[in-house]
Design a protein around this ligand. Structure first.
Ligand SMILES: C[S@@+](CC[C@H](N)C(=O)[O-])C[C@H]1O[C@@H](n2cnc3c(N)ncnc32)[C@H](O)[C@@H]1O
Length: 282
C-alpha cells in the first residue's frame, strides 16, 4: 500500500507479475536472472537464472550474522533460503498478497511487517538489512536512514539492485525505468556514515533478462492487452468509452512503458548499472 492507503500501479504490477509468473512460467522470484557460465538466455532457463541470482546473493552474506531483515521480500523465496541457512529472518512487504505468500512458506517466528519500509516502526534491531532488487522502490534518503536506525552496531546494509547512470539524464533519451541515481546513492551512503565494503558490478550477468522480459511482453502481454481492449470495444463500447475518458493518460503510459518500444540489453548496459553493495555501520 502507498502512504495514501491505495495500491500503487508499481505494486499492482509486481503482484500481477508474481501471479502470472508462477502460473505461466513456473517463476517464483521477482528479480532478474543471473546469466553466467554459458547459461543460454531464454524463457525456459529464466527460473534457473533467477535461482543463480539468489545463489550469487546468498554467497555474499557477511560472516557472523544472526538476524536479517529482508525488505521488499517479494514471494518470500529469498527469506526462506536464508532461514534454511540458519539466519533469523523478518520481512517487510507493503503488498498484502505477497506478505501472505511469504507467511505461507516461513515459520511463525519470522515476522512479516506488512507496510512500506519507510513507515516501519519496530523496536527490533538487525545484523543485516537486505534488499534484493527492492531498494529502487524505497525513498533513497529515508530508506538509508531507516536502515541505519534498524542496524546493530557493526551491522550491514546489503543492496543488490539496478541504479541509473548519470548520462541517462544528459542524453534525455527514452530509457528503461527504475533505479536510483548511482551518484546520489553513493553520496547518501557516505553522508549516513556507512562504510562501503563490497561494490560488485553484475550488469553484464543480469542484462539478458531485459530481452527475455521484453519478448514475453511483446508475445504475450501486448496481444493479451490489445485483445482485451478490442473485446471491450466490441462488446461494451460504453465501458471502453469510460476507460478512455477516465484513464486515457494511464493507458497510454502503460502502453508506452511496457509494450511500446522494444527494450534491449545493450540499452540497459548503456544507461544502467546492476550492483551489489554491502555497507557496514561503523
Ligand atoms: C522486484 S520485487 C523484488 C522481490 C524480492 N526481493 C526478490 O528478490 O524477488 C520488489 C519488492 O519490493 C517491494 N516494495 C515496493 N515498495 C516497497 C516499499 N516502499 N517498502 C518495502 N518494500 C517495497 C515489493 O512489494 C516487492 O516485493
Amino acid at each position: 500500500m502507498s502512504k495514501y492507503g491505495k495500491k500503487s500501479s508499481k505494486e499492482l504490477g509486481l503482484e500481477v507479475a508474481a501471479l502470472g509468473g508462477r502460473h505461466f512460467f513456473n517463476i517464483d522470484h521477482l528479480h532478474y536472472g543471473y546469466w553466467a557460465n554459458g547459461l543460454e538466455a531464454n524463457m525456459a532457463n529464466f527460473p534457473l537464472a533467477q535461482e543463480k541470482y539468489t545463489d550469487f546473493l546468498l554467497g555474499h552474506i557477511p560472516a557472523d550474522l544472526k538476524t536479517i531483515l529482508d525488505v521488499g521480500c517479494g514471494t518470500g523465496k529469498n527469506a526462506k533460503r536464508l532461514t534454511e541457512m540458519g539466519y533469523k529472518v523478518d520481512c517487510v512487504s507493503p503488498s498484502h498478497y505477497l506478505a501472505e505468500r511469504t507467511r505461507e512458506i516461513l515459520w511463525e517466528g519470522n515476522e512479516v511487517f506488512e507496510c512500506e519500509y519507510e513507515q516501519l516502526e519496530t523496536t527490533k534491531r538487525y545484523d543485516c538489512v537486505f534488499f534484493s532488487e527492492s531498494f529502487q522502490y524505497v525513498h533513497l534518503v529515508k530508506g538509508i536512514e531507516q536502515s541505519v536506525n534498524l542496524l546493530n552496531e557493526g551491522g550491514y546494509l546489503l543492496i543488490c539492485d539496478v541504479f541509473r547512470l548519470a548520462r541517462v539524464d544528459k542524453e534525455g533519451g527514452k530509457v528503461i525505468g527504475g533505479g536510483h541515481r548511482l551518484e546520489k546513492f553513493l553520496e547518501n551512503i557516505k553522508k549516513a556514515g556507512l562504510e562501503k565494503v563490497v561494490d560488485e558490478d553484475i550488469t553484464a550477468e543480469t542484462a539478458p533478462t531485459i530481452e527475455i522480459l521484453d519478448e514475453a511482453m511483446f508475445r504475450v502481454g501486448r496481444p493479451a492487452l490489445e485483445a482485451s481492449l478490442e473485446f471491450l470495444h466490441d462488446r461494451h463500447p460504453w465501458i471502453m468509452g469510460i476507460l478512455n475518458w477516465k484513464y486515457r493518460k494511464k493507458l497510454d503510459k502503460f502502453r508506452e512503458k511496457y509494450i511500446g518500444d522494444r527494450r534491449t540489453s545493450d540499452d540497459f548496459k548503456k544507461y544502467k548499472t546492476y550492483r551489489l553493495f554491502i555497507c557496514k555501520k561503523i
